[in-house]
Design a protein around this ligand. Structure first.
Ligand code: ADP
Ligand code: MG
Length: 309
């Protein structure tokens, strides 16, 4: 009985405590009973992630040159752009793995690059990350992979960890696979287990790096609906970086298109699909030719084939 009460309390407290300042909650009684409900106090909130005038280079190569991005609370925001445009780099700047040359990254009101190691560590615990190479620990079962962050970062008793792990696996549809080893999973299942692990600590947000790449159409569909459901059910904030236009446009509330170090355009998927800017249109509609030409610059055909100049 005591265990049950603790578990119920943990279901409310763990997410709330870990969310910290992300959303200020007050408690109100549900109108049809005594169930505690968490209600956001203020509707209009500042962005959860606020990036201002961000510049970052790798050697001679300028990756970002004065980028501003706002990631709103509770929404799915996509950062899209061609390969090599700096999407993964942006996630690493947001999570404090890289430091910008200039500009600021604020996450939940904290300037991430001014934090000490401990503060950064605490903030990172509230960021779920699903990186492209987000491999599972191959020697651990599915269950132990998802339990790992709970064992590492909390002092919860084993019985509660077990229930929380099974809840997270249930959320991604894989409770029945908890005994399997990573080598026994398909690519899509492995990504869902990694997702269950990423949400184990009930993060305030989740950063997805190319969640759809390399997936078959069915797994892709499963991931698309899973990301949307997790975002809405757990009132999470999601950031997806991707170059898969179709899938990303189908779930994002807001899209930033980046290229050559700058934000080209930002808007709803519909607005960007109807964009007047030729570059955005070429990217969103996957056109082979446009402002980014199909042909690499070359001498005229006559010059090359007939030796004429
Ligand atoms: N560790 C690194 N060292 C040097 N250059 C890198 C490193 N990681 C990425 N880059 C370069 O930075 C640019 C942006 O990379 P990345 O953020 O991975 O792009 P994207 O995720 O949009 O494909 C690329 O030109 C890439 O070659
Ligand atoms: Mg990348």
């Amino acid at each position: 009985m005591r265990g049950k009460l603790c578990f119920r309390r943990a279901c409310v407290l763990v997410p709330t405590l870990l969310r910290g300042n992300a959303e200020k909650y007050h408690y109100s009684k549900h109108q049809h009973g005594n169930r505690l409900e968490l209600t956001p106090m203020a509707k209009k909130q500042p962005p959860l992630i606020k990036i201002r005038n961000l510049s970052f280079s790798r050697g001679e190569k300028v990756i970002f040159d004065g980028v501003d991005v706002d990631i709103p609370h509770g929404k799915i925001t996509a950062i899209m752009g061609p390969s090599g445009s700096g999407k993964t780099t942006l996630l690493k700047l947001i999570s404090g793995q890289l430091t910008p040359e200039s500009g600021t990254v604020e996450v939940d009101g904290q300037h991430i690059h001014e934090l000490g190691t401990r503060q950064l560590y605490r903030l990172r615990m509230r960021m779920g990350m699903l990186f492209q190479s987000g491999a599972l620990l191959t020697d651990l079962s599915v269950f132990d992979n998802v339990a790992y962050p709970l064992v590492e970062h909390t002092h919860l008793p084993q019985t509660m960890i077990r229930k929380l792990v099974l809840m997270k696996l249930e959320a991604v549809g894989l409770r029945g696979a908890h005994d399997l080893m990573p080598s026994e999973l398909s690519g899509g299942m492995a990504r869902r287990v990694a997702l269950a692990r990423a949400i184990a600590l009930d993060p305030m947000m989740i950063l997805y790096d190319e969640p759809f790449s390399g997936q078959d159409p069915i797994s892709m569909g499963v991931l698309v609906s899973l990301i949307r459901r997790l975002n809405d059910a757990a009132r999470m904030t999601s950031v997806i970086v991707s170059h898969d236009v179709h899938e990303t446009a189908s779930i994002a509330d807001l899209i930033y298109v980046i290229s050559e170090g700058r934000v080209i355009e930002c808007g709803t998927p519909q607005a960007l699909l109807n964009s007047k800017k030729p570059w955005t249109r070429q990217f969103m509609l996957a056109q082979a030719d446009g402002p980014v030409p199909f042909h690499h610059p070359a001498p005229s055909l006559e010059a090359d084939f007939l030796g004429e100049s």
